[in-house]
Design a protein around this ligand. Structure first.
Ligand SMILES: Cc1ncc(COP(=O)(O)O)c(C=O)c1O
Length: 405
């Protein structure tokens, strides 16, 4: 078929595909445990439902301004003031159909063909594909010391005359690490010095553990927002468990936000009207659901970390936020795709191969489900990989040789 060159270079979202696989197996009655997910189990906050049903009941659901209804922009401005101590204007804010679209229209607004966008490994699976979709070239910085946090020198070494932007996601999907405030400060300075866009993907910013505070990038700049090339991304998807509503937003200088709105106007027009009202309800409503989600996640993380401790050969960094662990299983098997497939076939546990996040040998194992499910999932994995258990590794009908044998 004569599909475009671009279409042929873009890969399907591995995580969304795995959601489908898990759902299909469940429909067939298979006892699947989904540790590959990227959404909290909790329900939509009641304030979001009330606001959304209010507009649905009115029956008056029409196009809205492309960059969001005034009530949503107002709520985002208040959110920015409360959580970033930054006063911004409506012209600095755009609401989109999810953080994903905000990032996408931003990349379309700033990239020329062959411009490079730098981000650290491990990275959210979508960054490389989104950069390619916008005509750019993804550049991955991997820490030489094997950690999840490259140094500022490693970032600087990756920068060249084509570097247009850096994306930083903290807490990070898939590792759960938060980059140190000193590092964020250095990165803000470096990007300003080199006149490079800095995209702060703060999607998981409110889900941080052990009493930590999320890093506020605005603390490290004195540049006026209209002169700044820093853009902050957020969404209702994770903190309010509202993934299906598809509302995210960006805060940046007026020029880039206007351009993003123009591009969005030709892509999808405004985000869905009922979803915008739901986001207004969530942002303006009682915030206790975030605290209870955070506590649930923190508890799940602790349980999962206890299980890892009893898992010989698995190296894992304790997540500081978000709802993912990114353990290194290379002592067991180096090919993460084969290992993930094996775990699905053998013990019906869904995981995401580390290769999708730019780090082979790892698996992404989520803890956004229930504690019981998470525990059972990790126990099944341990059983499947235990060299003393009566197990042989098969992929389809092909027997695999264990790496440590
Ligand atoms: C790091 C990161 N950024 C952005 C998104 C997209 O969020 P949304 O559902 O609002 O498009 C995700 C979703 O998984 C994510 O993990």
């Amino acid at each position: 078929m004569s599909l475009s060159q671009l279409a042929r270079t873009i890969h399907e979202s591995a995580t969304l595909k795995l959601n489908q696989t898990a759902a299909q197996l469940r429909d067939k009655g298979e006892p699947v445990i989904h540790l590959g997910g990227g959404e909290p189990k909790s329900k939509t906050p009641i304030d979001a439902i009330v606001a959304c049903t209010g507009v649905l009941n009115s029956g008056d659901i029409k196009y809205t301004p492309v960059d969001g209804i005034p009530a949503l922009k107002k709520a985002i401005i208040r959110y920015t003031e409360e959580h970033y101590s930054r006063v911004v204007k409506p012209a600095n804010v755009i609401a989109s159909s999810g953080a994903k679209q905000s990032i996408m229209v931003l990349l379309h607004s700033i990239l020329d063909p062959k411009d490079e966008v730098i981000f650290p490994a491990p990275y959210w699976v979508s960054y490389p594909e989104m950069v390619k979709l916008a005509g750019g070239v993804p550049v991955v910085v991997t820490a030489e010391d094997g950690s999840f946090c490259p140094t500022i020198e490693e970032f600087e070494a990756a920068m060249g005359s084509y570097t247009k932007a850096v994306i930083l996601n903290s807490p990070n999907n898939p590792s759960g690490v938060m980059y140190a405030p000193e590092f964020v400060s250095d990165l803000v300075q470096l990007c300003e010095k080199r006149d490079i866009w800095l995209i702060m993907d703060d999607t998981y910013n409110r889900l941080v553990f052990d009493g930590r505070q999320p890093v506020n990038c605005y603390e490290y700049t004195k540049t006026d927002i209209e002169q700044s090339k820093m853009v902050v991304i957020n969404c209702v998807s994770k903190m309010y468990a509202m993934t299906g509503f598809r509302i995210g937003w960006a805060v940046g200088n007026k020029e880039v936000v206007t351009s993003m709105a123009t591009i969005q106007s030709q892509q999808t027009s405004s985000p869905a009207t009922p979803s915008q009202w739901a986001a207004v309800g969530a942002l303006n409503g009682v915030q206790s659901s975030i605290d209870s989600l955070r506590l649930t996640l923190e508890n799940n993380r602790n349980i999962l970390m206890d299980h890892y401790r009893a898992f010989p050969g698995v190296k894992v960094t304790c997540p500081m936020g978000a709802f993912y662990t990114f353990p290194d299983f290379s002592a067991y098997y180096k090919d993460s795709q084969k290992l993930s497939q094996f775990l699905l076939e053998k013990v019906r546990v869904v995981t995401v191969p580390g290769k999708e996040f730019g780090m082979e040998g790892h698996l992404r194992i989520s803890f956004c489900g229930g504690a019981k499910e998470t525990t059972e999932g990790i126990e099944r994995i341990r059983w499947a990989l235990d060299p003393t258990s009566p197990n042989e590794l098969y992929l389809g009908d092909r027997r695999l040789v264990r790496d440590w044998m």
